[in-house]
Design a protein around this ligand. Structure first.
Ligand code: FMN
Length: 289
């Protein structure tokens, strides 16, 4: 399984670009970021690394809401998978240190992954330490309602929403075009769901744009863990100014290269899309939009 980890610097950038998360940021250091999820003034979750600016290697969670972290996930060997869980009962010196069995990404990637980290950790703690899932559910309800709502929305998504969240979480997908009888493929990351349409963005000056003009039939492939998504679709150009603005607001890094009024920025939405989710363990799922 490919493991993605983000540096503390990258995590900070992501938090600052997210209006919800930036409101929760209570500490933003070289080696630690802390978020106050419920606005009570205490940090509920912290992401840290041993050396300034490095990849995040530790996540600490305040499971009791008492202002004290009592759950630590630490990635000693730096492979992105927490290998140690340290759980401290409230008001006690007692620590339980346990090797972590599950494969989870340790890092500040998105809401879905963060909550998944907590849930996997809790599942493990439940088995090893008798800390119940109900405790975590209560914690999440009390302290992270927004996070829970977001993960539920993502996990229960169907149709085009499911495709959108998968591409968002994957961060990078691969867009294939054809040039004559030669396939061309390259990494893409822009993705926006707007008015029930899934948009991608490129620059008119690029070869990919010329290829789409000549033949708008494309395929997209993305993968996360053991699941891959393949979408065959026709791209339709949409010059809608608001859609361009929305894309730039959603992905502010694009602003260094494009603006909504330049002649270069180009948006396409997917038409007659056939999206198939596949894995080694489940039947393929076809979603058409
Ligand atoms: C992670 C990643 C994401 C990218 N996302 C986009 C994107 O959304 N749109 C785009 O036009 N280029 C994107 N690029 C750059 C293109 O891959 C690059 O310009 C490529 O050469 C375009 O294909 P072409 O050479 O056939 O025109 C991305 C590159 C990387 C590494």
């Amino acid at each position: 399984m490919e493991v993605k980890r983000v540096s503390i610097r990258e995590a900070k950038k992501r938090i600052k670009n997210d209006p919800e998360l930036s409101k929760m940021l209570v500490r933003s250091g070289w080696k630690e970021i802390a978020l106050d999820l419920d606005g009570d003034g205490f940090a509920d979750v912290s992401f840290s690394c041993e050396k300034a600016g490095r990849k995040i290697d530790t996540m600490a969670v305040d499971l009791n809401g008492s202002g004290e972290y009592n759950l630590y996930l630490h990635d000693f060997d730096g492979n992105g998978i927490p290998d140690t869980v340290i759980f401290m009962k409230e008001g006690s010196e007692e620590q339980a240190v346990v090797a972590f069995g599950g494969e989870v990404e340790l890092g500040f990637i998105n809401l879905g992954v963060r909550v998944a980290n907590l849930l996997v950790a809790e599942d493990f703690l439940n088995k090893e330490l008798g800390l119940s899932l109900a405790d975590l559910a209560a914690y999440l309800k009390a302290h992270a309602v927004a996070m829970l709502a977001e993960i539920e929305k993502r996990e229960n998504a169907t149709g085009i929403d499911k495709v959108y969240y998968f591409l968002e979480d994957a961060q990078t997908y691969y867009l294939a075009t054809v040039e004559g009888n030669q396939p061309r493929v390259r990494p893409f990351g822009t993705i926006l769901l707007r008015d029930g349409k899934l948009y991608i963005q490129t620059g008119r000056v690029k070869a990919v744009s010329r290829q789409i003009a000549e033949n708008p039939l494309v395929e997209i492939c993305a993968c996360q863990g053991g699941t891959w998504l393949r979408i065959a679709a026709e791209l339709v150009e949409d010059d809608n100014h608001d859609a361009k603005v929305e894309m730039l607001e959603k992905m502010p890094a694009l602003k260094a290269m494009y603006n909504a009024d330049d002649a270069n920025m180009q948006m396409f939405y997917l038409k007659d899309a056939k999206a198939v989710f596949s894995s080694f363990t489940a039947e393929p799922e076809l979603i058409e939009f």
